[in-house]
Design a protein around this ligand. Structure first.
Ligand code: AMP
Ligand code: GLY
Length: 435
């Protein structure tokens, strides 16, 4: 007990670096700014919203050498890594090697996101429920492996910014996807292998967990809305909105912990590559049956924008418990109620999109009770906030139940506008229907 008191009471005045520039990173900075232990927050490279609570640093999230140099120079006490690319490149290994305290998986553990074939092998060995699959490295092997499937999800093995998955409903489409990845090399090195897997049916949900190498503690569940249009129509996007908790996960938490997180953490530890950080399981749920679609080695975006508003415990206390391996000794408290986040996108997104449009109404939205506006593709210039990305803002609302969270989020949305702005009108509808 003495040790914990020591830890909690004296490690205050922290200087924290958040790496990344999206809505997720703004939400992380926002949460850290509420921590009793944090004195100063830097965000590299940040966006037009992170400047409200952090100091933006003009270093790319992928420039590990410069980020490390900055962390050493500024005596950073704790670094949080948002996006997958630097994690898979080994930013945690590099920071730890120089004694910089950092929250996230090392390169060998981040491979759970960095290689879909690796993740599937881990799931197979750990007996985690997942779709049947084959791995192929040449087009010819792919064709042979695909004989076992009438329909399939064909996936580039490596990181492909969410674009490497093809849902194929017949053999022609499967061959087309194999050709795109293995013959045309559309994803470069990330497509040197493919995973071909059985198509699953059901409803998707995201379950993220804090992990300390041995123990996992589940966060509130959430659900992303990946397609661009209402009713899950149209092209895939980086995520058009989210809510938490997700009723489709209700009652399945213990099973998810014992069948997914427990076995994966145990196997990773046994292999000498313990998993520390946030592990995100993308699940397909059909009735009471759960299957893992993918793992991400980080917080989700836009899931983080609805999960963090629900977290009661100081985020830094949780992160300390992960890094120092005593997650089983702390209680993580979550608030009662629900959060909903609606993403506002630029004209053209998810295709080529417009930039440089002035955003109006941000202050009016932020003043509403229960509303938090998280910036994603924005920049601050000459006293104005301009659009500079496809997903521009995430407007989050909290409430006692999903209906009120949705109402609050959309009331925030109604205050904001920029030329070409578009958004989904049905975020949270699936949760409403289940209630
Ligand atoms: P992934 O990056 O592997 O999660 O795939 C991206 C998206 O493709 C998922 O969110 C699902 O919507 C879809 N997907 C992936 N694998 C499957 C599968 N085996 N069956 C059905 N849909 C899938
Ligand atoms: N929301 C999907 C992701 O973060 O990958």
């Amino acid at each position: 007990m003495y040790l914990f008191l020591f830890h909690f009471d004296f490690h205050v005045g922290l200087r924290v670096l958040v790496v990344g520039s999206g809505g997720r990173e703004h939400a992380l900075c926002w949460k850290l700014s509420q921590s009793r232990r944090v004195e100063k927050i830097y965000c590299a490279p940040g966006n037009g919203g992170t400047v409200q609570v952090a100091v933006n640093v003009g270093i790319s999230s992928e420039d590990i050498a410069k980020l490390l140099e900055f962390a050493l120079k500024e005596k950073i006490d704790l670094a949080l890594i948002g996006p997958e690319a630097p994690l898979v490149e080994g930013i945690v290994d590099a920071f730890e090697a120089k004694g910089v305290r950092v929250f996230g998986p090392k390169r060998a553990a981040a491979l759970l996101e960095g290689s879909k074939a690796f993740a599937k092998e881990v799931m197979l060995k750990a007996k985690v429920p997942t779709a049947k699959f084959e791995v192929a490295q040449t087009f010819e092997d792919g064709l042979r492996a695909a004989k076992n499937f009438k329909k399939a999800a064909v996936k580039a093995d490596g990181l492909a910014a969410g674009k490497g998955v093809f849902i194929c409903n017949n053999r022609g489409e499967i061959e087309g996807a194999l050709g795109t990845i293995l013959k045309e090399g559309a994803f470069g090195k990330a497509g040197s292998k493919v995973v071909i897997e059985e198509l699953l049916e059901g409803e998707e949900a995201s379950v993220l967990a804090f992990c300390d190498g041995k123990n996992a503690k589940l966060m509130v569940s959430s659900q992303d809305h990946k397609r661009i249009f209402d009713g899950d129509k149209g092209l895939n996007t980086g995520g058009m909105g989210a809510y938490a908790p997700a009723p489709v996960v209700n009652g399945l938490e213990n099973e998810i912990k014992s069948k997914v997180f427990g076995p994966v953490l145990a196997l990773m530890a046994k292999n000498g590559t313990p998993y520390k950080g946030v592990l995100y399981a993308g699940l397909m749920i059909k009735g009471k049956e759960i299957k893992v679609l993918e793992f991400n080695a980080r917080f989700g975006d836009p899931e983080t924008q609805v999960i963090l508003p629900m977290l009661e415990t100081d985020l830094v206390d949780v992160i300390d418990a992960c890094i120092d391996g005593y997650l089983d000794k702390i209680e993580i408290k979550w608030k009662e109620g629900t959060a909903c986040c609606v993403v506002l996108a630029a004209k053209g997104y998810p295709g080529a999109y417009e930039k440089g449009r002035e955003i109006k109404g941000l202050d009016a939205a932020a003043k509403l009770k229960g509303v938090a506006v998280f910036h994603a593709g924005t920049k601050s210039e000459g006293g104005k906030i301009l659009t500079c990305g496809g997903r521009v803002l995430g407007v989050a609302g909290t409430g006692n139940d999903i209906a009120s969270a949705i109402k609050t989020a959309y009331s925030g949305v109604s205050k904001i506008n920029f030329e070409g702005m578009h958004f989904r009108k049905d975020i949270g509808k699936k949760a409403l229907e289940r209630e």
